[in-house]
Design a protein around this ligand. Sequence first.
Ligand SMILES: C[S@@+](CC[C@H](N)C(=O)[O-])C[C@H]1O[C@@H](n2cnc3c(N)ncnc32)[C@H](O)[C@@H]1O
Length: 272
Amino acid sequence: MYAVSTPTDATRRPAPPAETATANRTWWDGEATSYYVEHGSFLGDTDFVWGPERLREEDARLLGDPSGQVVLEIGAGSGQCSRWLAAHRATVVATDLSAGMVATGVAVNAAVESEARVPFAQCDGRSLPFADASFDTVFTAYGVVPFVADSDVVMAEAARVLRPGGRFVFSTTHPIRWAFPDDPGAGGLTARHSYFDRTPYVEQDASGHATYVEHHRTLGDRVREIAAAGLVLVDLVEPEWPEGHDEPWGGWSPLRGRVIPGTAIFVCRKPA
Ligand SMILES: C[S@@+](CC[C@H](N)C(=O)[O-])C[C@H]1O[C@@H](n2cnc3c(N)ncnc32)[C@H](O)[C@@H]1O
């Protein structure tokens, strides 16, 4: 789990779409600065890393040649991936639900070279303020997908704003991790929870109001929601933890990364 706050209570219980969105928007607003302070040097200001294994888009090329593409990033955080694409001559819009994350991204823009600066918009990945078929590519690196109750809606929205033949690529926590404690050490190598239990992970305050929520889908669930959105899954990338990379990120660590996958990257296409 990404949460680093000290919740009154962490539990598993239903968390409907509106409750999830309110909790996570508030949580990411509160965490925006500390997320950048903690992870900004790993992520870079104008760099594109798909997850804690440090797979770079420069090497993976899951989005194809960025030059000339019109691209939408959802759950962009401070927008470093969008900046990398802009620096490689794509036309990019970075979006995020959290005003705090957007504000951080706008502040970082001021510190980078002008050709890497990108426009930001604050919006929910489940309701995009863009016309149908306006983008060649939609993507997110660890944004939106695990933080919504209705990820099928995210897939449908991405499909709607993509032009025919365009691609939607998203990375997220590998579903198998749901079964294991979020422990970077040996304790994180023993399954303790059912992979098949979709009950969300919820942190809540003393009154029982959710303050942070993560939702789980099995691999099969993801394939079905991609297909239901009219997209075609063309690859599922499970980055291995590389030799020489010894920087953990929360529960993602070299120890666990060499045994079980930590990230899943779904590469989808909208049929031409
Ligand atoms: C783990 S951060 C990843 C940020 C960025 N992609 C990165 O690699 O640093 C998750 C992001 O998803 C955003 N997010 C959560 N729910 C969202 C939603 N429903 N719509 C859009 N963004 C959302 C959060 O505000 C946060 O910026």
